[in-house]
Design a protein around this ligand. Structure first.
Ligand code: NAD
Length: 354
């Protein structure tokens, strides 16, 4: 799947390296169980490439550069290309100084934000990310039915020596938009109340977001009359608002604005080196102790289990690596249609279809 997606984007005009990165990060989202950020997005990324709203093989500009701060302009490059550059800058600054703050503006879709927390965790760093998606107005604020926020994800990553990192990574909406996209293609349904109609009624119907659509046709979220709901009532809605201000306004990306036609993710990331903050090594020992304490809570349901942030993704990765990634037929059909539309060799398409 990675190689097929890579070939599609190489055919669409990206370098082999960029095609490979897009394939790798998309499939990594599927493997983690976040199909919303996986290969379901192939048609959308290809359309963005075709109409020039996302540009291939961009080298970022560093607009502000101090020992601990960088302001990075992604210049509408693919998120899978410009985001690792911004994260690398943050990691390098943090390793030198113990702390770094890096903003990224005008990035193509950065995908699963957890990928970037995992990249920092691999370098031994704690990271916190506030993200917005300007041009993608999808979510109603607490108490409202009209869209005012993007799905504005928030993410925290904590490394653990010799173990998988702890990664909290979620959209501040009840579901990420991609989950509604997956549901609209016949995949897993979104929970009732994840969406709200213009009449204020809770719903799970993807048509409220996209209006009318055909099974493999494009989904245009400007066509729907409803909204996704912010999670956690006033608390989640407040966190979404702060993601807009920090990931959007402070980064120079701009808070979500319906008049901005072009999609752009903005991100404010903080990086902390625990080795500088905690030279005595108390942190990993205390985490281990606390994890045991948290997991020892009596489950609410018989046979239930307490999971840590990042644990469902680690388990899903192991399961899907062993058993494969299930894809709804419509998703696969839309990917094949995209492969043809970018002129990928028919034999290559047949080979992938077998
Ligand atoms: P989600 O609702 O599945 O929540 C995922 C988080 O909750 C993870 O940290 C996971 O480990 C944790 N979790 C899940 N079940 C758990 C359990 N039973 N116990 C303990 N922890 C548990 O995620 P989502 O809101 O649907 O977001 C999906 C993805 O979409 C994220 O990776 C996010 O970064 C991404 N996203 C990206 C954008 C963008 O513009 N690039 C926008 C929105 C969302």
């Amino acid at each position: 799947m990675e190689a097929f997606v890579a070939d599609i984007f190489t055919s669409a005009g990206c370098s082999t390296e960029e095609g490979g990165r897009i394939g790798r990060y998309m499939v990594s989202a599927n493997l983690s169980g976040h199909d919303s950020h996986g290969v379901v997005r192939v048609p959308r990324y290809a359309t963005q490439k075709k109409n020039g709203t996302v540009l291939p093989d961009v080298i970022v500009d560093i607009v502000v550069d101090t020992p601990v701060i960088a302001v990075v302009d992604g210049k509408y490059g693919f998120g899978q290309t410009v985001t690792p550059q911004a994260v690398r800058i943050g990691i390098d600054k943090c390793r030198k100084n113990g702390l770094a703050a890096v903003t990224l503006r005008n990035a193509g879709h950065v995908g699963r934000v957890g990928d970037w927390a995992e990249m920092a965790a691999e370098a031994g760093l704690v990271s916190i990310h506030f993200v917005n998606a300007s041009g993608s107005v999808l979510v109603a604020p607490h108490g409202g039915v009209e869209r005012r926020f993007s799905t504005a994800p928030y993410c925290v990553g904590v490394p653990r020596p010799g173990q998988d990192p702890l990664v909290l990574d979620f959209a501040t909406s009840i579901v990420a938009e991609g989950k509604v996209l997956v549901a609209s293609q016949g995949g897993k349904k979104v929970p009732e109340g994840a969406l709200v109609g213009p009449d204020g009624k809770p719903s799970s119907d993807p048509h409220l977001l996209y209006g009318d659509y055909t099974p493999t046709g494009p989904r245009d979220h400007s066509k729907g009359t409803g909204a996704i709901q912010a999670f956690g009532d006033h608390k989640g809605s407040g966190l979404a608002f702060m993601c807009e201000l920090l990931g959007g306004s402070l980064s120079g990306n701009g808070a979500t604005d319906p008049k901005r036609g072009r999609f752009a993710n903005g991100m404010l990331s903080f990086y902390v080196d625990p080795k500088v903050l905690d030279p005595a090594g108390f942190f990993p020992t205390d985490i281990a102790k606390y994890v045991d304490f948290v997991k020892s809570s009596k489950p609410a349901a018989d046979g239930g289990e307490i999971l840590l942030p990042g644990e469902p993704e680690v388990r899903m990765r192991a399961q899907r690596l062993a058993e494969g990634v299930p894809l709804p037929d419509n998703t696969w059909a839309a990917i094949v249609e995209t492969a043809r539309s970018v002129g990928l060799d028919e034999r290559r398409i047949q080979q992938a279809t077998m």
